[in-house]
Design a binder for this molecule. Structure first.
Ligand SMILES: Nc1ncnc2c1ncn2[C@@H]1O[C@H](COP(=O)(O)OP(=O)(O)O)[C@@H](O)[C@H]1O
Ligand SMILES: [Mg+2]
Length: 222
C-alpha cells in the first residue's frame, strides 16, 4: 500500500465569473506522504486556499482526481466526506475560527465529540505542550491572538488526524507568537507523524516544513 495521504492527479478547478470561466488550478499533480510536511507559497489569489478547500472537500473539483489515504474521492458522497473530515482531518485558518460561545476546553473537545470520543491523555498532552493548562475555562474571545491560535491547533489535533491543513496559520500573529506557534505545531505533528500542508507567506514559517511548493499559473511546482 502507498504511504500517500493526499494524491492529486491532474486536478483542475475553475469558477464561473458571470459568463466567464475563471481557471484557478490547471492540472495540478501533487503527493503528500505520511509524516511529510509542505509549505505552500504563491502570490495572493493564485489558488492556495482553493487547493486546500478541494482537499478538504469544501469545494467540488472541476476535473482530475483527489485520492485520500488511497481512496479515490470521486464517488464520495457527503457522508464519506464528513467521515474523512471528522476522523482524519485537522484544519487551522488565519482567522482562528474558534467556537466563541464556549470555553477553551470545550473548543478542544468538540472534534472528539464528533467522533463519539471524550477528553483523553492526548488532550492533556496537547494542553500541556501548548501551554493552555491555565486557560481551559476561559472564553476564547478573552485570549490573545497567539493564545487563540494555540487553542485552534489543539482543536485541530485533538482527534489525532492523519492530515493537517493550515491556511496562513500565523497570518494574524506577531513575529514572536508566530515562531512559538510554528515550533509547537511542528513538534506535535512530528510526534504524531501527521502530514502537514501549510500555506504561508513567511520564509521563516516555511522553514519549519520539510518541503517547499509554489503555486504559479495554476500548477504546483516543487
Ligand atoms: N467560491 C469562489 N467563487 C468564485 N471565485 C473564487 C471562489 N474562491 C476563490 N475564487 C477565486 O479563485 C482565485 C484563487 O483564490 P484563493 O484560492 O483564495 O487564492 P489564494 O489563497 O492563493 O490567495 C481568486 O481569483 C479568487 O477570486
Ligand atoms: Mg488564501
Amino acid at each position: 500500500m502507498s504511504h500517500a495521504i493526499v494524491e492529486l492527479n491532474n486536478l483542475s478547478k475553475s469558477f464561473m465569473d458571470g459568463e466567464q470561466q475563471h481557471q484557478v488550478l490547471n492540472q495540478v499533480n501533487f503527493v503528500l506522504n505520511k509524516a511529510d510536511s509542505v509549505a505552500l507559497t504563491g502570490a495572493s489569489g493564485c489558488g492556495k486556499s482553493t487547493l486546500l478547500n478541494l482537499i478538504a472537500g469544501f469545494e467540488p473539483l472541476s476535473s482530475g482526481q483527489i485520492i485520500l489515504r488511497g481512496e479515490d474521492t470521486q464517488q464520495w458522497q457527503d457522508k464519506q466526506w464528513s467521515r474523512f473530515r471528522h476522523q482524519q482531518l485537522g484544519v487551522v485558518f488565519q482567522q482562528f475560527n474558534l467556537l466563541t460561545p464556549i470555553d477553551v476546553k470545550h473548543n478542544i473537545v468538540f472534534p472528539l465529540s464528533l467522533n463519539g470520543h471524550k477528553w483523553n491523555d492526548w488532550c492533556d498532552h496537547l494542553v500541556t505542550t501548548l501551554g493552555l493548562g491555565d486557560l481551559l475555562s476561559r472564553h476564547v474571545q478573552s485570549l490573545s491572538g497567539g493564545q487563540q491560535q494555540r487553542v485552534a491547533i489543539a482543536r485541530a489535533l485533538a482527534h489525532q488526524p492523519a492530515l493537517l491543513l493550515a491556511d496562513e496559520p500565523t497570518g494574524n500573529l506577531d513575529q514572536q507568537a508566530s515562531m512559538e506557534v510554528m515550533q509547537l505545531m511542528t513538534a506535535l505533528t512530528t510526534e504524531q507523524q501527521t502530514s502537514v500542508l501549510m500555506v504561508t507567506h513567511s520564509e521563516e514559517c516555511a522553514a519549519f516544513m520539510q518541503r517547499r511548493c509554489h503555486v504559479k499559473l495554476g500548477t504546483v511546482h516543487e
